[in-house]
Structure formats: structure tokens, C-alpha cells
Design a protein around this ligand. Sequence first.
Ligand code: FAD
Ligand code: SIN
Length: 543
Amino acid sequence: MLNQYDVIVIGSGIAGLSFARDVAKEGFRVAILTKKDRAESNTNYAQGGIASVTSDTDDFESHVKDTLEAGAGLCKESVVRAIIADGPDRIQDLVESGVDFSKLSDGRVSLGKEGGHSKRRVLHVKDTTGNAIETALLETVAGSDPVDLFEHFFVMDLITSYKIAKKNGEVPSGENKVLGLYALNVMTGEVEVIRARVVMLASGGAGQVYQFTTNPDIATGDGIAMAYRAGAKVMNMEFIQFHPTTLYGPDNKRFLITEAVRGEGGVLRNHEKKRFMPDYDERSDLAPRDVVARAIDQEMKKSGAHHMWLDITKHTKEMLMDRFPNIYQHCMKQEIDISCDYIPVVPAAHYLCGGVKTDIDAQTSLPGLFACGEAACTGLHGANRLASNSLLEAVVLAQKGAVSVIQYLKKNASGNVELPVWKEGDTANSDERVVLSHNWDELQRTMWDYVGIVRSSKRLKRAKTRIQNLSKEIDDYYWHCKVDPELLELRNLILVADLIIDCAMKRKESRGLHFTLDYLERSEISENSVVQREFNGFSSEAS
Ligand code: FAD
Ligand code: SIN
């Protein structure tokens, strides 16, 4: 590994790979660092597809309207318009990178329908869209000169000019700029210092902060935590999207049953096998996700049932095996034949609408730091994301980010400040590993029980106290022990949990994905929640 690059990309999901593909065209030296195997990402598990206006019966205005409506008054309209308008070109980029979207028998592209969409507009590759995108992008990008891809490199923290000043005992002054990062080489256990003119955060979401989630193990909010520690603005962390339909099972893992199943006529039924969504919303089973997840939660609480049912038995086995092969086979392994059995379903944490605040060109509030994909918060989703808008946002921001990073690199020469080497904690691997597993469980259960689909001021306060205790304990562990991925992830998750609670406590209303029993109505004033770390008492704004 070199110790100097023009651009370091953190993450090899759809956002990081698309960005690397575009920025490398200008010949800059790019490294992608990814903490596990290259394909391991939320992207790889996406099912429903990518929303974009591609048919004659659809139009940008309808997609904009649906997005704004789902976003419950907090979307940034200029961003919504820009992202939706760029959709068709970015779909074309994916096709050129080798993604073969499913087609109808007459050759037209097959379009799925999901909650909150007024039209069929979701391009998909059967029910394994994410895997098709991940595979195609990896083939296009990985190893292509001048992109180097390093697996099992865990990025720990960003190095900024303020942090260096602080280390040297100086009062930080001037602009706080990103100069590089520390990354743990998981295979050797060494921490490497890498200089970079630009860092692109494409490190994804934080579903692992909850006990039950659709997200794979990588989703631990590392990028958001390190950006916040470096002084970047983070916003809208209270807006956690719970997916209404994941397969109910005995362990914590939650396999997604795509909303496209309801798009093809699937209906929800309660413990008495009766339909209930028509009682909650006129859009019934295809209402936006926040509405459906809350309805399921209420039905479960009312009846004491452990799950609800999803019924797609109106279709034949042949149709279901062709349209949803992944779900069909997964359920079959649990002895559920979805062509004749109802599927037991429960909601689970799925998507983080908040993240590191960026503009439409992927610039964060910190010079040299850019962000795209689920780690970023552009203002597209507002208080609730419209289904299948996240893959769209990721590809649009990655492309716009590439353009703005190229401009940035042309204007900003490489600095020559010496970067401090990593100072290892003095204890070798602690024998108190039980602290990590215990605190990990406590964190996830606290968030699930007190900061879930339905919140209250009392529950949030309870959660805050517990998270503060966990934070103290893990900080102590962090500063004294040799680092490893489990410790780093837990430390990041605890910080992300704290940010979610802080943003949730600030919001004295129910809006979109934030529903609290103490403030049931939507307030007249609609504001995003922005938080920023007090850095050395120097940059302490919180707006
Ligand atoms: P990811 O794809 O999550 O990639 C993050 C990358 O960063 C990974 O490579 C990870 O290893 C790496 N990383 C993280 N931290 C570090 C670190 N510290 N050091 C080094 N590397 C790091 N959205 C849709 O629009 N349509 C869908 O149909 C859809 N279905 C979904 C189904 C499931 C089951 C899930 C979980 C999500 C789904 N989503 C869907 C959401 C969507 O998949 C994600 O929002 C999107 O893929 C995020 O892409 P990303 O590139 O930002 O992050
Ligand atoms: C799904 O397929 O239901 C997930 C789509 C999304 O998260 O946008």
C-alpha cells in the first residue's frame, strides 16, 4: 500500500465504486479502502431496485411530488429536482457498466411499484438488484488503473489540521482541513497513516445500531462517527427508516421481503388473518413505509402477536419463482412456500435518512471531505425516504461528487504538513472481551426498546443515560487497549446512537419517521436537525 493518494474512497458499495469510476477517468491516483470483502455492503443486498423516470407514462414532476410527500415537509426541493432529473443518465451509466435490468417479454424494461410511488418506476434485476449492481461495478472499477482497492482495511479516523494543532499543543486556527486518515490493516494488525488530498466517505449506513435490522454487519456508521469527530456537520439522525416487512425468525437477523411484493398485489393480514391496512391509510398496503411500519407495530401491540402476515398467494408458483427467486428460495429453506403460505413478517431498522451534511456536489462542511450514498444527507429524503430513492441518490451524488472533487484537486495542491503516526494503546488485547459483547447487546436493545418506531420523551431520556454510560466505558477501553474492528465499530455505533437520541430529543413534534407519544402533531415550523461537535471549544456552532 502507498502512503499517499490524491483521493481515498472509504467503502466499496454503489456510492464508492461509482465515484471511483468517474474520478479515475481524469487520471488521479485513487485508493478504495473497504473493511471486509469487497462486495460486502448494503448495496449487495438491495432487492426492490432503483427509482427513476424512464417510461412514457411517467414524468419528473410525479416523482418529485411523491418524494416530497414521503419526506413530510423536510426535503430540500432543489436537491429533489436535481437528483430526479439526473436519474435517467445515471441509469444509462449503470447499463454501460454492465447492469442488465429485467425486461418484459416485449423488450421494454420491467418497472416495479413500491410504497408511496404513484407510478411504476423502479428498475430492478428480479429481486437481486443490489447484487447485480455491485458485481457489475466491481468488475468495471476494481483493479482498473489508476484505482487501487484494498480489502480488510478499516478506516479508523480522519486526520485534520485542527487535530494536528491540538496534538502539537497549539490553538487551532484558520480552516480545519482533512489531510489524511488512519486505517487498520486488519490482516496485520498495523495502523497505517495515509495522506490524501481528498477523502470521499462512501461508508454507508448504521442499521447495526438496532437489535433487529435488514442491514449486514458492515453497517456500523463508521463514516458518520469519524466525520463528526473531525468537526463535520451531521444532520437528521432521528429519521431512521424501519422497513415494514422482514421475515420473522428466532434470531436477530432480519431477511428483507421487498416492498415490490406488495407492489405486485401482496397484502398484509393481522393475527386473525384479516387485512388491516385499509383502516389506516387510503393507499392501503402501498402507503409510505413510516405509515405501514407504524400500523404493523400498532396491530402487534394491540393483539400481542409476535408478527403479522404477508399474503402473496394470489400469484402462481411460476410467477413468484421468476419475479422473486431470491425470496422464494430463502422462504422455501424455512419451509414457507410463498405461493400457498402466508409469510410471517415484522418491521426492522433499514435505512438512515440522516448522515453527514452535504450539498448537491457531495461537499461536506469540512474542506477536503466529501460524502455520498447512505453516509451522506443531501436533503433528498427529508423526514422519510421514498422507496428505492437511495440507490438513485447514491449514483447521482457519486457522479456530481466526482466533478466537484476534480475541481477541488485542480485548485488545491498537496500539503506537506507531517502527519503524526498512530500511538498504540499500552495494553495488548484485553482479556475483558466480555465488556465488548455485553455493551454491544445493551446498545442494540436500548435503541430498539427506547428509540424505535414509537418514541416518547421518557424513553429517549432513559436511552440517553444508558448510552452515556456505555460511551464512558468504551472510551476508556479505546484509549488503553490495542484497537481491533469490534472495538472500533462499537465505539462508532455508540456515538451514532448518541447523535440519533440528541436529534430525536430536539424534535418536539411527530414528523415522518420520528413519531413521539408526547408530541403527536406536526409542528408548523419545519426544520432539519443539524449537530456539530464542539472542537476544542473552537468551532462549537449547533444550529
Ligand atoms: P454500502 O453499500 O453500505 O457500502 C458501504 C461500504 O463502506 C462497504 O463496502 C463497507 O464495508 C465500507 N465501510 C464502512 N465502514 C468502513 C470503514 N470504517 N473502513 C473501510 N470501509 C468501510 N435502496 C434502494 O434504493 N433500493 C432497494 O431496493 C434497496 N433495498 C435494500 C435492501 C436491503 C436488505 C438493504 C440493507 C438496503 C436496501 N436499500 C435499497 C438501501 C441501499 O441498499 C443502500 O442505501 C445503499 O446500497 C448504500 O450504498 P452505499 O454505497 O452508500 O453504502
Ligand atoms: C425494498 O425492496 O423493499 C427495499 C427498497 C428500499 O429500501 O428502497
